[in-house]
Design a protein around this ligand. Structure first.
Ligand code: PHE
Length: 344
């Protein structure tokens, strides 16, 4: 008889020692000690073989085993549910304060371009954006660039595969042709955008870069208007003390043509390595729209005159932000880009 007491005692110890760690093990615990075919049931049937004087003790022992199995199951189950809640809470804690969103910053090219757009917008220039894949006519022919002009050379221009007429625009002057053939004067636009030239990539030049084009066409537009507009731009962009200098130059689509320098704002025109100790920095090309260009685009050159200018953005951004390698502007390295802050 002592044996059966021992068996039950052993079950009691086993229950106390059991350590199910997951739902599956807990279920096995339940089946073994609580389920309909639990191992305690057959033992309770033995009660009839127990001598009378020991029946009460045996019955109490069995009850103790059942209760300890049930209690242990309950506490393990609620413990696991709480644990699961905790674990889920680790993933989504709705009460936790949000982690801060990293703030983006504008690209230095965008900042510089937006400043230029802002300056010209204030005197009535409206933004025109056009295609980067252009045809030969808008990029060259309309702009008075003859067939044998070196700018058309395969080494300078990216033509589309198997095409002699479709190309990546080499300058934003193509937008002049697009606007003049689709709008009637007065025209007063600026055209920011990306341009492409087949050039070897180095610290100072790239095969893609950005320009802002300007075009003003109306009755009686003169070179004085051009000069005053550009002077206003230089003062707004580089400070009220800035001076400008126009040097005679040549472009097929403007006559007369000029290149504009601005007094070096880094050294106050005293001489530094940015202005190469000349006190002047070249900013843009400009001129009066060649009457032939107006005619090419269907505008009467006897009635209208105009001026145009085109400036590169990269060089200006590099000067403004003291960047010494143009390639940095195209690599999108976040460590470089996050240094730039701007309100526009
Ligand atoms: N398109 C010229 C260039 O890319 C710049 C320019 C524009 C010059 C308009 C005169 C007038 O160099």
């Amino acid at each position: 008889m002592a044996e059966i007491f021992e068996t039950v005692e052993k079950i009691l110890v086993d229950i106390a020692a059991a350590q199910p760690t997951n739902a599956e093990e807990l279920e096995q615990f339940r089946i073994k000690y609580i389920g309909t075919k639990n191992i305690i049931k057959p033992l309770s049937k033995e009660i009839r073989n127990i001598p009378n004087e020991q029946r009460k003790d045996f019955g109490q022992l069995l009850n103790k085993v059942k209760k300890s199995a049930e209690d242990k199951f309950q506490s393990l189950q609620s413990g696991m549910e709480a644990g699961a809640e905790d674990a889920a809470g680790d993933e989504i804690d709705l009460s936790a304060p949000p982690s801060s969103m990293p703030l983006g910053s504008r690209h230095p090219i965008s900042i510089t371009m937006n400043r230029i757009i802002d300056i010209f917008s204030r005197i009535g220039f409206v933004v025109e954006e056009e295609r980067e894949i252009e045809d030969d006519w808008h990029n060259f022919t309309a702009m008075n660039t003859p067939e044998d002009h070196p700018a058309r050379d395969m080494q300078d221009t990216y033509y589309l595969k198997d095409s002699t007429s479709m190309l990546l625009r080499t300058h934003t002057s193509s937008v002049q042709a697009r606007v003049m053939t689709s709008q009637k004067p007065p025209i007063r636009i600026i055209a920011p955008g990306r341009v492409y030239r087949n050039e070897t990539i180095s610290a100072r030049s790239h095969c893609q870069f950005h320009q802002v084009e300007g075009l003003y066409i109306d009755k009686n537009v003169s070179f004085a208007d051009l000069k005053q507009t550009l002077f206003y731009f230089a003062q707004e962009m580089y400070g009220v003390d800035s001076k400008i200098r126009l040097r005679p130059s040549y472009f097929p689509f403007t006559e007369p043509s000029a290149e504009m320098d601005v007094s070096c704002f880094i050294c106050d025109a005293k001489g530094c390595n940015v202005c190469k100790y000349t006190g002047w920095v070249e900013i843009l090309g400009c001129g009066m729209v060649d009457p032939q260009v107006l005619e090419n685009c269907g505008i009467d050159s006897k009635e209208y005159t105009g001026f145009a200018f085109g400036m590169g953005i990269e060089r200006q951004a590099m000067m403004l932000y003291d960047i010494n390698d143009i390639r940095l502007l195209f690599e999108n390295d976040v460590r470089f880009l996050k240094q730039f802050q701007s309100a526009i």
